[in-house]
Design a protein around this ligand. Sequence first.
Ligand code: DX5
Ligand code: ZN
Length: 225
Amino acid sequence: MAHKKQISPSLMCADLLNLGAELKLLEKAGIEYLHIDIMDGVYVPNYTLGTDFVKRVKAATSIPLDIHMMVENPGSKLDWFEFGEGDYVCLHIEAEPHIQRALAAIKARGAKPMVALNPGTPICAIEELLDVIDGVLVMTVNPGFAGQKLVPSTLDKITRMRKYLDDHGHPEIEIEVDGNVSFENAKLMSAAGADIFVAGTSSIYAKGGDMFANAEKLRDVINNA
Ligand code: DX5
Ligand code: ZN
């Protein structure tokens, strides 16, 4: 089953003082999702974006959200966030003991549940979640910061993840990749079976680059891998 290749710019890397204009450009570039990193300083050693930011972005654009929760016990915090039909909400399997219930709660609100796996978490951890998820996020760096280097073993993990999903009767589940999705790495990730590409400082927000041109370049790379 061939999925459409999609781009999800990481808004923690955007020019936050100029975000309104950037959102218009991303709409013009046909961007599919907006990746919003939520960190709590506990699950990962950083803070980034939060509840009010999600609310403001949702009101400002029709591009669906891709909310990446890097917080402890995210299931108990879902009510804090505005999301709905068309949006992805992604929870780390390592951070939530009641992961099935939390993912089902996302679905009950009409949104698309996604489960995230750190580089050290094995693929088989999602075995009991296949019926409840629309996507799986293969972290290609350890979460917490922009600008990190790819964990090389995660490239093969994408290939194995695609095979695992297909072999278990779930060709419809999409694979997202997050972390050091450079133009060079994106090509390899796309060939390995990634469908949604989180675009940060390694691609569309690369220093000195033109965001619109970078988005077009990334689109070209992932579609021609
Ligand atoms: C954290 C973020 C980062 C980052 C991605 O989950 O989503 O991974 O912004 O962009 P890079 O790695 O290219 O800076
Ligand atoms: Zn992220």
